[in-house]
Write a protein of this length. Structure first.
Length: 260
């Protein structure tokens, strides 16, 4: 679509807020951008909203990853272990959309999110969660569980159009022993190639509105620099609870979308 100042400025300021919140919580921002574009009427289809959103998310996650890298928070070994499986999952999820009714899968994933939602809302640390590992995983446990997390997160992203951070962040904390801030930073690091892969796929299918993506990219890239700065100043318990609320929002929206 042809972008006007009346559209550019609202999307720019929305991008600033979304970029800040996304980099603070380790989500790509799609759970905010897609509803924004569809409910506002700026796009005609959910596919266009998803493609435009993924385009912005690529730059948001890249910007946030750079900011977290400067603070030496990213667990690169964990992130690189997850990346291949995440890309495979994203590809498989996109392929499966033609054979599986995604609404039942959306409900299933929303139900699976209930456990991390409850834990995060209670502000639990990994050492306080009965089934969580106290130390960061290494060796076979890292490769096995890490590959499973990457595959499931990528599959959910490709199949359901949700940001992989909603699954990856709590999984990294609960199953691989990462603290919440490194889990957020590592999730965003893994999200860079995954979201770029999805955005490219949507672009080739004509499902990206570059006019709408541009102000979102500018806003989210700038906003993504504030999240890591705020993350150092917000108590970890409050950060977990805030992420729990975002997970709850994502789960409810997945169920409502599936039941329509």
């Amino acid at each position: 679509m042809t972008i006007t100042l009346g559209t550019f400025l609202p999307l720019l300021f929305a991008g600033l807020g979304i970029g800040t919140l996304s980099s603070l919580l380790g989500v790509g921002g799609g759970i905010f951008i897609v509803p924004l574009l569809t409910l506002s009427g700026w796009v005609d289809t959910v596919q266009a909203a998803a493609g435009t959103s993924l385009t912005a998310i690529t730059f948001t996650s890249l910007s946030a990853s750079i900011a977290y890298a400067r603070r030496h928070v990213i667990q690169y070994r964990v992130g690189l272990t997850l990346m291949p499986a995440s890309l495979l999952g994203a590809w498989a999820g996109a392929r499966l959309t033609t054979t599986i009714e995604s609404r039942w899968l959306a409900i299933g994933f929303a139900v699976l999110l209930l456990y991390p939602i409850v834990m995060m809302l209670r502000g639990k640390t990994t050492s306080e969660i009965g089934h969580a590992h106290r130390d960061v995983a290494t060796g076979p446990r890292l490769y096995g569980i890490g590959a499973a997390i990457g595959l499931v997160a990528g599959l959910a992203s490709g199949l359901l159009g949700i940001g992989s951070g909603t699954i990856m962040v709590p999984s990294l904390a609960l199953f691989l022993g990462l603290e919440i801030l490194p889990a957020i930073a590592t999730s965003l690091f893994v999200m860079v190639p995954s979201s770029a892969f999805g955005a490219l796929t949507h672009f080739t299918q004509g499902s990206v509105d570059l006019g709408l993506a541009l102000p979102l990219i500018v806003g989210t890239v700038i906003g993504a620099q504030f999240g890591p700065f705020l993350g150092d100043r917000i108590p970890r318990k409050r950060l977990r609870q805030l992420f729990g609320l975002i997970l709850l929002y994502a789960a409810v929206n997945m169920i409502l979308k599936a039941l329509r």
